[in-house]
Ligand binder design. Structure first.
Ligand code: ADP
Ligand code: 3PG
Ligand code: MG
Length: 380
């Protein structure tokens, strides 16, 4: 079945809309550290508001069951007429919904404070669905999870994709058939997901630059000592991959040895070294070649950015924002590693997804998107 989009609903006035949004943002001392996902969520919310819908926003924040969406409510208050209920389902929600006027917004408490969400309980999903006339999924970043608000609510309500979800699907589908020449830069440390992705993207991209901890596996099959560096054995045949002349790996690396930091060639790494980042020559090379490509997909920091190994990642980010190529980036850590630069708007597209982006690139869809497609017939 085909995906239905929110703009396909003809008359939203007075309709109760359950909007599953992307609200999972980093919070410290009740302050939002990076509002990118919230900013991106506003388009659908404002569209629904202007159309006169009664909007019930539901979403999650953090891992575990104890976090509150109250800081998100305070953020939205600056932009919208919005109310907050400190419950996911229950009497307070019933009352708040009975009072909501056309064009107003109600934010429910963190879905994960209710066990029904992550356990994908049908009764919980039915209760959520009972609050609304239609359901909108705008939460790409979590649509790879088999959670009630994503995969079960669409069984009970006519269901649509919000603008952010539509945009993610469009941009990441395009990244699976990019204009050529196309370059993919993959870094980070999620070996299990990313090594199969390297295999897939080698069939699509003209060059695949492998960095971050992923590169260590490639150094190893080259026969280099990788010392104490992170490595993995995912079953992917790295030996076969490295024979492919589309593959590029760092030509120099930053290593830690005790308290000291050195720049070395990958072939010079010794037993006590930990490869923590790419090196300056690698960065220069990347900066130089980016201009040769029409499309660049980037996922994964080049180094252990949390421990200060950030310069090569920053340089790459700046180089991408200055290039005339279409630049598509994403990944939870990738976004976190450059959040302090405030340059999100300078890329052609920044995915709000981490695991979801990788899953989408691997499978071309997500279970939350399939649930929308398989939903009940629409009301219009
Ligand atoms: P993303 O979330 O952007 O997809 P990943 O989760 O795959 O990225 O990887 C991010 C992690 O990779 C970070 O914790 C970072 O410290 C780590 N990392 C990057 N380079 C290295 C390296 N050379 N050695 C060990 N860890 C690395
Ligand atoms: C994310 O932050 O990438 C999504 O919201 C998913 O969160 P989760 O990894 O805790 O399920
Ligand atoms: Mg990550």
């Amino acid at each position: 079945m085909k995906l239905k989009n929110i703009q396909d609903v003809k008359d939203l006035k007075g309709k109760k809309v359950l909007l599953r949004a992307t609200l999972n943002v980093p919070v410290k001392d009740n302050k939002i550290l990076n509002d990118y996902r919230l900013r991106r969520s506003l388009e659908t919310i404002k569209y629904l508001q202007e159309a006169g819908a009664k909007i019930i926003i539901t979403g999650h924040i953090g891992r575990g069951t104890s976090h509150t969406l109250f800081p998100v409510y305070e953020y939205f208050k600056e932009h919208l007429s919005i109310f907050f209920v400190d419950e996911v389902i229950g009497e307070k929600v019933d009352i708040a919904i009975s009072k909501i006027e056309d064009g107003e917004t109600l934010l429910l408490e963190n879905l994960r404070t209710h066990e029904g969400e992550c356990n994908n309980e049908k009764e919980f999903a039915k209760k959520l669905a009972s609050y609304a006339d239609i359901y909108v999924n705008d939460a790409f970043s979590v649509s790879h999870r088999k959670h009630a608000s994503l995969v079960s609510v669409p069984e009970y309500l006519p269901s649509y994709a919000g603008y952010l979800l539509q945009k993610e699907i469009k941009e990441l589908s395009d990244a699976l058939k990019p204009p050529t020449p196309a370059l993919c830069i993959l870094g980070g440390a999620k070996f299990e997901t990313k090594e199969p992705l390297i295999e897939k993207l080698l069939n699509i991209y003209d060059k695949v630059f492998v960095s971050g901890a992923l590169a260590h596996d490639f150094f190893r099959v080259r026969g280099f000592n990788i010392g104490k560096s992170l490595t993995s054995d995912t079953g992917v045949d790295i030996k076969a991959l490295i024979e492919n002349d589309k593959i590029m790996i760092p030509t120099d690396v930053t290593v830690e040895n005790g308290d000291e930091v050195f720049i070395k060639k990958p072939s010079e790494v010794s037993d006590r070294d930990n490869i923590a980042d790419a090196g300056p020559d690698t960065v220069k090379h990347l900066e130089k070649i980016i201009g040769d490509f029409k499309f660049v997909l980037w996922n994964g920091p080049l180094g252990e950015y949390e421990r200060g190994f950030i310069k090569p990642t920053e340089a790459l980010a700046y180089a991408l924002t200055k290039s005339s190529a279409k630049t598509v980036i994403g990944g939870g850590d990738t976004s976190a590693s450059i959040a302090h630069l405030n340059i999100e708007d300078k890329f052609s597209f920044v995915s709000t997804g981490g695991g979801a982006m990788l899953r989408f690139l691997l499978d071309g869809t997500l279970i939350g998107i399939e649930a929308l497609k398989n939903s009940n017939p629409s009301i219009d």
